[in-house]
Ligand binder design. Structure first.
Ligand code: F6P
Length: 364
């Protein structure tokens, strides 16, 4: 007979994201209060699982964290236990150490692992599931680029922050008659740029899904000037690129499973544009501010729903699955179907068409 679930372990992996603490809190409260499970949290993602480093999660330890960004469990985006750097005979070699993690779970009596992360972290979750570990995934990323769910938590906080930045850039752009560029995150997806751009009343929105022509952007700046508007606001996704050009890479993080860090397109665009328009052009890179600080109300609610849903899926024995949001309903999907399936902006979709209808230029 299957052992009754007594204890669950949870970890947060990959880049941090507003709402992680709210998921941990929702999961812990429901797991303890509704189902009587014990909960422990592994620290620093999979590294904690490998080193058997964890903290006990109780109603007290998760008290007061709902609104707080970051993660009380800390995170790492480098530790893939199926390809893990270990020292052997004075040399660093990559090895599959996932059995150590499974043993650690057995030793502590952990019956189910809840993994909160993005594509990389969830790939390992799927691989643990294939090894027979009972796993539940929760989708996290400010980029909102996971296909299996309509919304990942963290995204709405990021667009709120980017929108506020655009509001602030408006007043200074107007005072100096400048072109102001805001570079936002999102990797290969343009969701943050598109949605913050609409909400923050940008004149030009640049996204990876629609390569831009610098001349079209200059035309927009000139057209605004002819209308008497002496400033222009541009929001550019870090993954945007010119037609026949390439993305700008900020750095390569060698020991990361996803080593490319994008960044720098805002400054490149400022230089290119200043040569052909009659304005000063300045770029601001919003960077990790999009991931820090307090979690917005939407994400507090979504994260709480995801955390509680993860506890419910354990109770229903729906292992090997990830919680999702479809429309406004919480659902779930097999981890086998969610990995590597990214969701990009549809260049002909309703959101882009809406933006175009109110005169927003996409640089094409
Ligand atoms: O995936 C989330 C994200 O913030 C991306 O938007 C960004 O490209 C990347 O992570 C930045 O990673 P890091 O925190 O390693 O600089």
């Amino acid at each position: 007979m299957e052992r009754k679930i007594k204890k669950i372990g949870v970890l947060t992996g990959g880049g941090d994201c507003p709402g992680l603490n709210a998921v941990i809190r929702g999961l812990t409260k429901a797991a303890i209060g509704k189902y009587g499970y014990e909960v422990i949290g592994y620290t620093f993602g999979y590294r904690g699982l490998y080193n058997n480093e964890f903290i006990k999660l109780t109603n007290e330890t998760v008290s007061g964290i709902l609104h707080r960004g970051g993660t009380i469990l800390y995170s790492s985006n480098k530790d893939n236990l199926f390809d893990y750097a270990v020292e052997e005979n004075g040399e660093i070699v990559k090895k599959d150490v996932s059995d150590v993690a499974v043993e650690n779970m057995k030793k502590e009596g952990v019956d189910v692992l809840v993994v909160i992360g993005g594509d990389g972290t969830l790939t390992s979750a799927r691989d643990f599931s294939r090894k027979g570990v009972k796993v539940i995934g929760v989708p996290k990323t400010i980029d909102n680029d996971l296909a299996a769910t309509d919304v990942t938590f963290g995204f709405n906080t990021a667009i709120d922050i980017a929108t506020e930045a655009l509001d602030r850039l408006h007043t200074t752009a107007e005072s100096h008659h400048r072109v102001m560029i805001l570079e936002v995150m999102g990797r290969g997806a343009g969701w943050i740029s598109l949605e913050a751009g609409i909400a923050g009343s940008a004149d030009v929105i640049l996204i990876p899904e629609i390569p831009y022509d610098i001349e079209k952007i200059a035309e927009k700046v000139r057209a605004r000037e002819e209308e008497g508007k002496k400033f222009t606001i541009i929001v550019v996704a870090e993954g945007a690129k010119p037609k026949n050009g390439d993305v700008v890479i900020a750095k390569i993080v060698e020991d990361s499973p996803d080593p490319i860090r994008l960044g720098g397109i805002g400054n490149k665009l400022a230089e290119d544009l200043e040569r052909i328009v009659n304005h000063e052009v300045r770029a601001t890179v919003l960077g990790h501010i999009q991931r820090g600080g307090n979690t917005c109300t939407y994400d507090r609610i979504l994260s709480t729903r995801y955390g509680v849903a993860a506890a419910d899926l354990i109770n229903e024995e729906k292992y090997g699955s990830m919680v999702t949001l479809k429309g406004n309903n919480i659902s779930y999907e097999s981890l086998e179907n969610v990995i590597g399936e990214t969701k990009n902006v549809d260049p002909d979709g309703e959101l882009v068409r809406t933006a175009r209808s109110i005169g927003i230029c996409f640089g094409d």
